[in-house]
Design a protein around this ligand. Structure first.
Ligand code: SF4
Length: 105
């Protein structure tokens, strides 16, 4: 998906994230998980399991796209959960996915 075709909300979230305005998760708050029903998660189509993404609704999604290989992932490749610039201080699943996915590199 080209930047011109991203929903405005996703574009703004990416802009904020790349600007470094979202703080890194603190140790005490890092355990809080993003729920798929959270407002931001719904807006971004976040799923904890990339295989559960609605392929009809998100036609750009590919099965190999996972949080742990997204440029916004804030963890190691072996972590089950980690931070994400899109979700502030809450953690997301390593095998998750959302509309803001951007492959590393
Ligand atoms: S796909 Fe990327 S932007 Fe979306 S929740 Fe996962 S790490 Fe964050």
């Amino acid at each position: 998906m080209t930047p011109q075709r991203l929903p405005r909300r996703v574009f703004l979230l990416r802009t904020v994230a790349s600007g470094g305005l979202l703080a890194a998760a603190s140790a005490s708050q890092a355990q809080t998980q993003v729920e798929e029903t959270d407002e931001a998660a719904v807006a971004l189509g976040y799923k904890r399991d990339t295989s559960k993404v609605d392929a009809k609704k998100y036609a750009t999604h590919q099965p190999d796209q996972k949080c742990k290989n997204c440029q916004f992932w804030q963890g190691s490749v072996t972590d089950a959960t980690g931070g994400c610039a899109m979700f502030g201080r809450k953690h997301i699943a390593a095998n998750g996915w959302c509309l803001a996915y951007k492959k590393i590199g």
